[in-house]
Design a protein around this ligand. Sequence first.
Ligand code: NAP
Length: 421
Amino acid sequence: MGEIITFEKHHLQVPDNPIVPFIEGDGIGKDIMAPSQKVIDAAVEKAYGSRKKIVWQEVLAGGKAFSQTGSYLPEETLNTLKKHLVGIKGPLETPVGGGIRSLNVALRQTLDLFVCLRPVRWFKGVPSPIRYPSLVDMHIFRENTEDIYAGIEFMTGDGKAEKLRDFLINEMGATQIRFPESSSFGIKPISKEGSERLIRAAIFYAVERQLPSVTIVHKGNIMKFTEGAFKNWGYNLAETEFSDNVFTWRQYQQIESEKGKEEAQKALEDAKKSGKVIVKDVITDAFLQDSLLHPYNHSVIATMNLNGDYISDQLAAMVGGIGISPGGNINFQSGYALFEATHGTAPDIAGTGKANPSSLILSGVMLLEYLGWREAAEHVFDAMEHTFAKRRVTSDLHRMMESATLLSTTEFADEIIRNIH
Ligand code: NAP
């Protein structure tokens, strides 16, 4: 019998047999979900014997939900996810028509999953376009609810764009609209609350895991009151809420201007020696370059929605692509979390045994870590590392690796299970 995970005093209370709802997903979701669950179960058994076990409970979403209930995202699914707090999902096809923009967006909005967390690490043996992929070990905290993604957009010619244009010019004194007659508009809301909760979660994560730094990535040199404010709110929060645990680049600059570079350097070295997390900021374009050239400069990254989108894909490409990158959408204030494969439904290879389940398996590793079952998470991680190092891989990686052995989706999962044992 399964038990319910609860969230009390900011902490998840996890029973030994927690019920974890799962959404199988569309397309290759069917191919990767069951083998991934088998891998996770094997790791839990290896770590805790019969003492702990996840009780999986299927909830419907996507095509399977539509064919059984007439709804792509039944109310019951949302209620079950809310009741059990932590879930995992395969990829979902975005329904064409029907008024639903994206099931993934609907899930994130309904559960207010404000962090999109993407850990990025390289596995030995996995093809990478960079020379030293082993130096990549980053954790992206992408804000999931605000920014240009809020979808407040007006198309030129629809009347509303013209109304907004006239308001901006006549009421707000805007003179910078280059082609007013044919401009469309998009609005970029960035709030203090939204920024603070994201940056708080990122710093807390770094402090808890004793990671060296948090990089706030922004384009505040151009967008001063949105991205620039994100940076300033971040520094204010770091210096007030985490004063015992962090040293900020802003504090460094302050010491430098008052006492000189040598003193500032000494304060920085002292902070590092005492295990403080260094909170710094980098302009987005410079970050995209620096993370490629000097990935060891960055550990936890805190950024807004659009920057986070670009950064997630670039960093994923550096360690082998989205086929093996996991993701989690989390609300650290309520405990709600939904872990997911970051790729789509890949309908062209659905049912062929070619799908790589690594992204979903590694999302399962994130789920185990989130439950506090670190030993089990490490078993999966080590076994995957071993499998990649032996060059036993699915077709997506096989075509990029020399002298590798081609495995189907289930054979690859079984190989990981063998390595767990
Ligand atoms: P995609 O499904 O990620 O597929 C693009 C290509 O990447 C596939 O054709 C396949 O390429 C390869 N691929 C992706 N995942 C793979 C895996 N696990 N193993 C091996 N190869 C893999 O992207 P898409 O075609 O743009 O999107 C298809 C549908 O998925 C859309 O309806 C989209 O809305 C949805 N989607 C959902 C999510 C989500 O649920 N989180 C995310 C993205 C997209 P080759 O076999 O040709 O190499």
